[in-house]
Design a protein around this ligand. Structure first.
Ligand code: TGC
Ligand code: FAD
Length: 391
């Protein structure tokens, strides 16, 4: 047996070994896009609270929207490959991964899973290509963790529907061409496809965010919005509709959080080797090595968790409660890594010249959206004990 080479600091446990050639190729393509397009610019986008107009379409060309869905212009890759793409995108910026999650896992998945054949044919190919952008309106000003308390209502009106209500904190809201709006009806919770420009529908942007700044977040205002009968998703009339989409997006976040953590660790490792204090690199001190080891441990653990859940999903065995464990654990781990990395960078740790504070602030949204840490702890607690603690 030949002598083993040095351990790879960014893949200490040799997790790459468990990936197929195709998975590694897909990851390399997304990683190259992120290195070229996102990493050099994300600090400015965050600073200026904007995303470039052409980015949504570039991501479509990259092929990451709904990439693990079958048919209708989607790539039909494995869930693991989709997860690896999310990891690379979020290593660039959580806002970029969020754009892909909302488009592919929420808006497209809702249509793919619950839509009619006509709706799928009309919307999905253009959405996969990034020519049409979607958003997903579930949260309301007074109903976030508890979407069953939603006040947005749709009522039948002749051969169509009238929708009234408000949605809050909606990613891509004011730049979307179509909104998937979930509303209470006499028949249960139903999903509606509301094209931008429909009379009575507006999407004012939410400003003054200190997190996810390279991402558009909006309110959706629906005042007597009339949509035709074929705007309703026919396949579901219960909260199971939106919650099934959340499973998909949360799965992507399990991977994405591992990517953000890796980016912070990488920045801290490089900085610690360059930065000298008291005549030597700070990386040579015991206390910084202890931090680096703790960060490496969390990054590897988070990546292994994501890969394990990916393999379960590809085998058709992944359960929502297991996704909750992945989302809770990996986002908390990423936050811990980001906060530690920020300290390793000293004053530079608060500068957007480095990626760490941006990831740290972004992760404050990631720990809240797609189910807060508390919600996921309660989902796990419910599965462990058989006793639901929400109400
Ligand atoms: P509950 O009474 O338990 O269930 C209602 C119906 O839903 C079904 N169900 C699920 N179906 C699929 N997947 C799941 N994970 C499901 N959980 C429940 C259930 O079987 C039932 O179906 P049916 O047909 O019998 O009616 O629901 P609950 O009201 O007690 O709520 C449970 C809880 C708290 C876990 C759920 O409401 C929840 O997850 N709350 C958090 C809300 C949330 O995460 N919102 C995210 C909004 S989207 C977003 O944040 C995008 S961020 C941008 C980005 O992703 O990057
Ligand atoms: P609340 O539900 O009011 O929670 C407040 C606090 O109470 C939290 O700490 C929570 O954990 C805790 N809590 C709630 N219930 C319980 C309980 N039973 N027991 C103990 N503690 C509890 N939503 C969409 O629909 N689409 C989007 O595209 C979207 N994008 C977003 C983008 C960003 C940047 C952000 C920040 C949010 C986005 N959201 C989106 C909304 C997000 O999903 C909600 O913010 C989230 O679900 C939490 O809801 P809330 O903010 O109303 O908090």
């Amino acid at each position: 047996m030949s002598e083993p080479g040095p351990l790879a600091p960014l893949d200490f446990l040799d997790i790459d070994h468990s990936l197929s050639d195709e998975e590694r190729d897909i990851r390399a393509t997304v990683r190259a896009f992120v290195a070229d397009r996102v990493v050099p610019n994300a600090g400015d986008w965050f600073d200026e609270a904007r995303i470039p107009r052409e980015l949504p379409r570039e991501l479509g060309k990259l092929g990451v929207y709904g990439m693990h869905l079958e048919g209708y212009g989607c790539a039909g890759t494995s869930a693991t490959a989709y997860g690896l793409a999310c990891m690379e995108l979020e290593a660039g910026d959580s806002g970029v991964r969020s754009m892909v999650s909302v488009q592919g896992s929420l808006a497209m998945y809702a249509i793919w899973r619950w839509g009619s054949e006509e709706q799928k044919t009309r919307w999905l190919p253009a959405m996969a290509a990034g020519e049409t952008l979607g958003c997903f309106g579930l949260t309301e000003p007074d109903a976030g963790s508890d979407p069953g308390a939603m006040r947005t209502r749709a009522r039948r009106d002749g051969d169509g529907w009238i929708i009234d209500g408000r949605k809050m904190w909606i990613t891509n809201g004011s730049i979307a061409d179509v909104a998937v709006v979930w509303a209470a009806t006499d028949e249960g919770v139903r999903g509606f496809l509301v094209p931008a420009g429909t009379p009575g529908f507006t999407a004012p942007e939410i400003r003054k965010k200190m997190s996810l700044r390279a991402s558009v977040t909006s309110e959706l205002v629906l005042d007597g919005v009339r949509v035709p009968a074929d705007a309703v998703l026919p396949g579901v009339s219960s909260l199971r509709g939106p919650l099934s989409c959340l499973n998909e997006a949360r799965y992507g976040i399990v991977w994405g959080a591992a990517g953000a953590a890796r980016a912070c660790f990488e920045a801290a490792l490089a900085y610690s080797k360059e930065r000298t204090a008291f005549g030597r690199p700070i990386a040579g001190t015991q206390i910084q090595q202890q931090k680096l080891a703790a960060m490496a441990l969390e990054v590897n653990r988070a990546t292994l968790t994501a890969l394990h859940l990916g393999r379960l999903k590809d085998a058709g065995r992944l359960r929502p409660e297991q996704i909750s464990m992945g989302k809770l654990g990996n986002v908390n781990a990423a936050l811990e890594v980001a906060r530690t990395a920020r300290q390793v960078l000293g004053a530079n740790g608060i500068s957007l010249e480095y990626p760490v504070i941006r990831h740290m602030n972004n992760l404050e949204s990631v720990v809240t959206y797609e189910g807060t840490a508390d919600v996921h702890a309660l989902v796990i607690g419910g599965a462990l004990t058989g006793i639901q603690a929400f109400r």
